[in-house]
Design a protein around this ligand. Structure first.
Ligand code: ADP
Ligand code: MG
Length: 481
């Protein structure tokens, strides 16, 4: 006669037929058989955590009972044992890995652009220095609904955001917003944060770029303050995580985020995530996370069409001291069809010029010059489906007559160093990868090295004709690889 344990795999197989594969993977893959008591009436299972148990009991009790009763018909009671701190174990493993991989002490905790993170601790606030004070939400006052243009292209996502403001934690949770760069994801979720704060002043709201979250987590682990870190995030009512793709490849960060996510989600706290890709296409992010993302509302921000872009240009002009004719507005909206950030770039250039020569009218001819210059250098084929870090490295190596291995290696000859920095700049400006991930691509370099390289090329590329020529050649080569 088979032992009672032998039926367990059959139960799991049966359960698989009753729920979705994603749910099965997320919630049951680490559920194990322990024992059945001597009368065969009580089944004991082991499970990673209390919230995992609570979740199963609240959402999957019925299918689990049905599957169990097929193979253990006498069982009337299912008991869960919490596994010995598997979460802490995972974190520990990751900690070891982190200590091998990097030297986080020299990594800044702030995000380069999106949020000013305070890292001061006042005497009454015991928050660790690497976390923003509890009272700070990190929302940038620049990003509100007042200056967020809503057109055809983003009407849907804006309405979803408004739905979340009305009913946080219930309507769309998590809310997952994705698009390519410069289409207003960061602006929108921060505007949502501001509005939520107006409606619910006591809400604990935090905006965190995923990159910053990662740095905070590293700091917490290094200081042996993992529990504090968890507690801090466990108290949040509205969590805005920006650019989740920068967690790719970081297992520990993903693990802790997974646990925080579940804790908040289960408590009906609102979670909003932005990304440059649909969850299905998020390379390097654990499937147990992406399947959770897909369990909520997933929505993209498409590109604005000409009419939308006209409205954006007009709104930006109205909010500035610029005064441009309709012809100029139309021309800008026609040529700059990539994203809102690029539109802002052109307007900034025009503004710089009109401030320098306030008495001279800004002409169409001058606009054409600005636009041509941009198309030569700045708007390199972002749309080119073929561009990837790999094609950029191949093209750069080809133009410089070197090997990809040279780019990734440690040789420091002038040419190779320049080619390396140029490839960093290209990956940044064409694909907008994060500095740490560019560092990884280029043979495991530190993010500060990448930042240095990118800014060096950035400084050269607009003034140095030879550099411009190289960029042009690489663009051509990218088309060819
Ligand atoms: P993303 O996070 O998608 O890369 P951002 O939110 O950083 O994009 O937007 C890039 C820039 O464009 C920001 O300065 C933002 O204020 C502006 N922007 C984007 N969308 C809009 C919009 N609909 N209305 C006004 N400004 C916008
Ligand atoms: Mg953004």
């Amino acid at each position: 006669m088979p032992a009672t344990r032998d039926y367990w795999p059959l139960v799991m197989e049966n359960l698989k037929q009753r729920i979705t594969p994603a749910h099965y993977k997320t919630w049951f893959s680490r559920l194990h058989f322990v024992d059945v008591d001597s009368q065969g009436r009580k089944l004991i299972l082991s499970i990673p955590s209390t919230f995992n148990r609570n979740y199963i009991e609240s959402k999957f009790k019925q299918p689990l009972r049905e599957a169990v009763s097929k193979y253990y018909p006498q069982v009337v009671h299912i008991d869960f044992e919490i596994q010995k701190n598997e979460e802490i174990e995972e974190i520990k493993q990751e900690q070891d890995q982190l200590n091998l991989d990097s030297n986080p002490s020299d990594q800044p905790i702030s995000h380069p652009s999106d949020a000013p993170l305070a890292n001061v601790t006042s005497s009454e606030d015991k928050t660790p220095h690497y976390l923003p004070k509890k009272s700070l939400n990190n929302l940038n006052p620049r990003y509100t609904f007042d200056n967020y243009v809503i057109g055809k292209y983003n009407e849907l996502v804006a309405n979803v955001a408004k739905g979340v403001i009305q009913s946080p934690g219930s309507l769309y949770n998590p809310l997952f917003i994705y698009s390519s760069v410069g289409l207003g994801k960061t602006h929108l979720i921060q505007a949502l944060g501001h509005k939520m704060l107006e409606n619910r002043p006591n809400f604990n709201i935090k905006y965190i770029p995923a990159e910053t979250f990662k740095q905070q987590y590293i700091a917490a682990v290094q200081k042996n303050e993992y529990a504090k870190f968890r507690e801090y995030y466990g108290q949040i009512d509205l969590l805005l995580i920006d650019d989740i793709q920068s967690m790719a490849g970081n297992e520990g960060t993903q693990t802790v985020f997974f646990h925080i996510f579940n804790e908040l989600h289960q408590a009906n706290k609102q979670i909003i995530i932005t990304s440059d890709k649909h969850p299905k296409d998020l390379y390097g992010i654990d499937e147990r996370l992406t399947s959770r993302f897909e369990g909520g509302m997933v929505i993209d921000v498409p590109k604005p069409d000409l009419e939308d872009r006209m409205a954006i240009v007009k709104a930006k002009i109205a909010a500035s001291d610029l005064n441009l004719s309709d012809i100029l507005v139309h021309r800008i909206a026609t040529v700059i069809d990539t994203n809102v950030r690029d539109i802002e770039g052109v307007l900034n250039q025009i503004q710089a010029r009109t401030r320098l020569l306030p008495d001279r009218e800004f002409t169409l001819l001058e606009l054409e010059q600005i636009l041509t210059k941009r198309s030569e250098i700045v708007t390199i084929p972002v749309s080119g489906q073929s561009s990837s870090p790999n094609t950029i490295l191949q093209a750069t190596a080809r133009v410089y007559g070197i090997q990809i291995a040279d780019l990734l290696g440690s040789k420091r000859s002038k040419d190779i160093a320049e080619a390396r920095q140029l490839s960093m700049w290209l990956i940044k400006s064409m694909l907008d990868y994060s500095y740490p991930s560019i560092g990884k691509i280029l043979g495991g370099r530190d993010h500060s090295t990448v930042m240095h390289g990118v800014s060096k090329i950035e400084g050269k590329v607009s003034v140095d004709e030879k550099m411009k020529e190289k960029v042009r050649l690489i663009q051509v080569a990218i088309g060819a690889v």
